[in-house]
Design a protein around this ligand. Sequence first.
Ligand SMILES: Nc1ncnc2c1ncn2[C@@H]1O[C@H](COP(=O)(O)OP(=O)(O)OP(=O)(O)O)[C@@H](O)[C@H]1O
Length: 314
Amino acid sequence: MPVTTSDAATARWALEAEGLGKKYRRGWALWDCTFRVPVGRVAALVGPNGAGKSTLLGLATQLVEPTTGELRILGVPVGRPGSMARWAYIAQDKPMFTYFTVADTLRMGRELNPSWDQATALRIVEGGRLAPGARIRELSAGQRTRVAFALAFAARPELLLLDEPMADLDPVARDEMGALLLAEAAEHGTTVLMSSHLLADMEQMCDFVLVLDGGLVRMAGDTEELVPMHTLVTGMLTERGELPAALGTHIVVEARTLGRQFSAMVRRQGPLELQWQLSEPSLEEVLLAYLRSPRAPALLSPTAVPGHQEESAA
Ligand SMILES: Nc1ncnc2c1ncn2[C@@H]1O[C@H](COP(=O)(O)OP(=O)(O)OP(=O)(O)O)[C@@H](O)[C@H]1O
């Protein structure tokens, strides 16, 4: 089916996956993944080692061929003409010509990108007081990240895909680059999807999460929808040292016992017992509970489910 311009122009979903799967020789890296990420979100792509995060980014950037299903970027199936120009990708090692200077690197970006925005490139580079004549190989990890962000944002992508952008940065550089990323994404209305193991950073930066584990989608949706569905419950074990039966009326994501007490992360299915102590968890606590409990049922908020009434996701 041909892609019409209206598919792209009216897209409300930066990414939509339906039955997306990738099988390597040794098995499935992604299996039957169905989710969507709305336009305008800063989304965290989270999961343990081997979860399938890089495979998903590879499918989006056409470095990897899908085995099953389809992935659409801004309404256009990946691989069709029209999808390529709309995203930018920063790989984890931020590949650049190390013998180029900062100025050479920006000049090459301008020559390769018809929609190059020189003012944005200069603003980002000058914000870090980088000397135009400095060679890429002489830059610190944080400074290289700044140049990579300058290249990416100056190309004016609608979707920016990042593979562990902060992994090699110290805490101060992480903070600075995180703020720069958010400011530039807000300035240009860029949707961001970034993989990371840094859950606390993701909690500060992101308003949407996509959690993969074992090649499956474990959680997807707006953080403000997902987090309030959960409660951290603390209470007493039964006299036989078991979890109280009333806990079973809820979806128990994770439960731990300590002495005669239990604490549990639950998805409420009704009122909770009055004698329990309740608190609202942080996003990081929710994510950790799901990552530690691979058997907990998956959770996709309505926003993240393709085909769900779109009014709820505006
Ligand atoms: N090119 C490849 N050939 C064969 N198997 C691969 C290839 N790339 C990834 N895999 C396998 O696919 C699975 C998912 O790997 P992937 O790199 O996508 O995970 P990840 O979530 O990015 O992990 P990490 O956090 O360690 O980077 C793993 O079992 C991995 O061994």
